[in-house]
Write a protein that binds this ligand. Structure first.
Ligand SMILES: [Zn+2]
Ligand SMILES: [Zn+2]
Length: 704
């Protein structure tokens, strides 16, 4: 790991700025010097040993200090109560260096399910408090942590308590790793680094860290930024690592082409190939991502699946990590986060993760269209999509995002997932924008403008990060500004409402047909338990189905269907002999009790979707499609600069560049300052800096 020192300098400058600005939250409590010590002396015990050293100022009027384990951690919205894995909590005064002294234990009281309190009244002024505990960790994941004989991989949210009211204070971290184990994370500056500084606790836990003897680090550079590809393979690699690194670079190039070069100097892809058939995750961070694949890199589809995850997580470094909904940072870790914006933060990221693989040249058109159709299919075939809107789904994230459920729930029938729902809305919005403005604007422009306005240009609203979070209304307003027209109807019907988005109209803008075909002519509305070989055991049941209307329920075992016996395997074949409207006598067992009912069979309820080229598409629609699929940003201008002016473009054709004209700007000059023009071709007279505003305001991304 060799990022430059500028990262740390930037952190220091940011922190100074924050002190000068003086946020209300920070003003009331004098900052403390806080250092985390992390040890792992018994890897097989899966117990991390954490000590939080707090240097208390001489004049501190504090009677006690609270230490709190978060209930959840950013990026995964389910509540996991990390305090459940905490044990052996203690506190003592530090023995001043060079003195032979005893250090009596301090009184620690657990005050609720996540908080421990240390009494300070009898403490010496200026003393250091050493608050320590162990935390059990044996899950390789983007949220949990793992310590075993092979490695330590931690995500700080489930390991490090914060000091209540001092989450905003700068913190240090010192890691005592087993001999021969090397430490790496998105903020490493050199290979043998074990000491780290963070501007606040939130950034500490945003820095997943791998510690082990045998991970590898490959790197590449794009736009002068260094990208590290750290791989810990717990299975065979089959010589595929160079290909993975090569294709990651393509993804980085495609995504930075849209956003412009990121603000950091170094970024780390942290991969695990767990080879256990179950560990699977991806998590976004400010200067890194943690991606865990269940197989080995040598497995057949492993590189492709890994790149799919990476394209998504890398896009997050803009969308959600920096450009973020208002509620996503800093956080209150005593209750789950509630935001209406996850369909944007996750769903639109999901859309771009797929689109970018096409733009990077890793996918062909058919692969992208197939993936988009699959996401739309998941939404439109789910009964919950008619009950829950994209915004409500975002608010329900704590129940949806890998949440454990001890009780039976009806969530499968009542929720829609904000990942595919947001992706479906993202592609529809993108294509409608492109179509209505004849290619002058797109969702790319919306996202860049949001990033500029809320991250780059807004004054810092909190200690946590640059800029401020956006509201649902901010996003809607930006879409309207970029589109140059009112889109409130779209948001009312498809974002806050549950109407089916206008897929056909959207894909037609780029000369594609959106085709819906019935999966089966007859519907019962149930699925069978695949493990049941003799009879048909109902595994799921739609509430709006003929089976539900006839009184069947999940767990019922159907013994005869009309004259037939059937299983999950031959179910479709048997059903195909019937027609909608036919009435069928069904015998079934509910527990051991034999019962029967008559079902009136229904028409198609599940559909397959596909996206295909329209042979009669106009040249204009084909050009829009090409611009969409390739994301052409011509001329070397930094993408974010023209975006803000392009949104105001009225495409009257007068100032449009032609298909043969290109213009090259020097990179980076935030509007209204025009970047210098360093090259142009295809113009009757060479454009000058004075013509910049006119040119850029109608600059189309389709120019080649
Ligand atoms: Zn590892
Ligand atoms: Zn995501």
């Amino acid at each position: 790991m060799k990022p430059t020192k500028r990262i740390i300098n930037r952190i220091a400058v940011t922190f100074l700025l924050l002190l000068v600005v003086g946020f209300p939250a920070a003003a009331q409590d004098q900052p403390l010097q806080i250092k985390y010590w992390l040890a792992m002396s018994q890897p097989n015990s899966h117990l991390f040993e954490v000590t939080i050293e707090v240097n208390l100022p001489n004049d501190l009027g504090l009677k006690s200090l609270d230490f709190q384990m978060p209930k959840w951690s950013p990026g995964r919205y389910a509540v996991f109560d990390f305090a459940k894995n905490v044990q052996e909590v203690k506190a003592r005064e530090a023995c001043p260096a060079g003195l032979d002294c005893t250090t009596p234990s301090s009184l620690v009281t657990r005050v609720d399910d996540q908080t421990w309190r240390v009494e300070l009244e009898s403490k010496r002024p200026g003393m250091s408090l050493m608050f320590s505990y162990k935390v059990f960790a044996n899950d390789l994941s983007g949220t949990f942590s793992q310590l075993d004989a092979r490695h330590a991989n931690f995500n700080g949210g489930c390991i490090f308590m914060y000091v209540v009211k001092h989450k905003q204070d700068p913190v240090a971290l010192s890691i005592n790793a087993p001999k021969g184990w090397r430490i790496v994370n998105g903020r490493s500056e050199k290979g043998d680094q074990s000491e780290f500084q963070f501007p606040n606790w939130d950034v500490l836990v945003d820095t997943p860290t791998e510690i082990g003897p045998d991970w590898t680090d490959d790197e590449f550079k794009v736009d002068g930024k260094t990208y590290h590809v750290v791989v810990h393979s717990l299975g065979k690699e089959g010589g595929k690592r160079p290909l993975l690194v090569r294709d990651l670079e393509k993804i980085v190039r495609a995504e930075t082409a849209m956003w412009g070069p990121p603000e950091f100097d170094s970024y780390t892809f942290l991969f695990h190939f767990a080879n256990d058939g179950k560990s699977s995750d991806g998590m976004e961070h400010l200067t890194s991502t943690q991606i865990i694949m269940p197989g080995a890199l040598a497995d057949k589809d492993a590189p492709e699946e890994t790149l799919d995850a990476a394209a998504h997580e890398f896009f997050h470094l803009w969308n959600v990590k920096r450009l973020r909904p208002l509620e996503l940072g800093p956080w209150d870790f005593t209750r789950p986060a509630n935001t209406r914006g996850l369909w944007i933060a996750e769903g639109i990221t999901n859309y771009y993760g797929h689109l970018m693989q096409r733009r990077a040249g890793l996918w062909n058109d058919a692969k992208l269209f197939g993936e988009l159709a699959e996401q739309i299919q998941e939404v439109e075939n789910s009964p919950g999509s008619k009950l829950m809107s994209a915004e409500e789904s975002s608010l329900a994230a704590p129940f949806i995002d890998d949440a454990p459920h001890a009780q039976q729930t009806n969530l499968a029938n009542t929720t829609v997932n904000y990942y595919p729902k947001g992706e479906a809305l993202g592609v529809v919005l993108d294509l409608l924008l492109r179509g209505r403005t004849k290619g002058a604007t797109s969702l790319d422009d919306v996202m860049r403008r949001m990033y500029e306005e809320f991250y780059l240009k807004s004054p810092n609203a909190t200690y946590y990060l640059r800029g401020r979070g956006y509201t649902a209304e901010d996003f809607e307003k930006t879409v309207a500004t970029v589109a140059g027209s009112d889109l409130s109807d779209f948001f009312k019907r498809y974002v806050r409402g549950v109407e089916t988005p206008p897929y056909e109209e959207a894909f037609a803008q780029v000369g594609l047909r959106f085709v819906r075909t019935a999966r089966a002519p007859v519907t019962l509305g149930i699925t069978g338990d695949e493990n049941e070989a003799v009879n048909f055991k109902i595994a799921s049941l739609r509430p709006d189905s003929p089976a539900a209307a006839a009184g069947l329920q999940v767990g019922d075992v159907i013994t005869t269907f009309g004259e037939n016996r059937f299983t999950a395997k031959n179910f479709s074949k048997v059903l195909a002999r019937y027609k909608p409207g036919e009435r069928v006598l069904v015998s079934f067992l509910r527990g051991t009790r034999p019962m029967s009912t008559t079902i009136t069979l229904g028409g198609p309820q599940l559909f397959d979707f596909r996206i295909e080229e329209d042979a009669n598409a106009s040249a204009e629609a084909k050009a829009l499609r090409a611009a969409w699929l390739t994301g052409q940003y011509r001329g070397g201008a930094q993408a974010s600069s023209p975006a803000s002016t392009r949104g105001a473009c009225v495409p009257n054709g007068r100032h449009h560049l032609t298909s043969r004209a290109a213009i090259t700007f020097a990179a980076v000059a935030p509007p209204p300052t025009a970047p210098a023009i360093v090259g142009a071709s295809g113009f009757a007279t060479s454009p000058t800096a004075n013509t910049f505003a006119t040119l850029v305001s109608c600059w189309e991304p389709t120019i080649t």
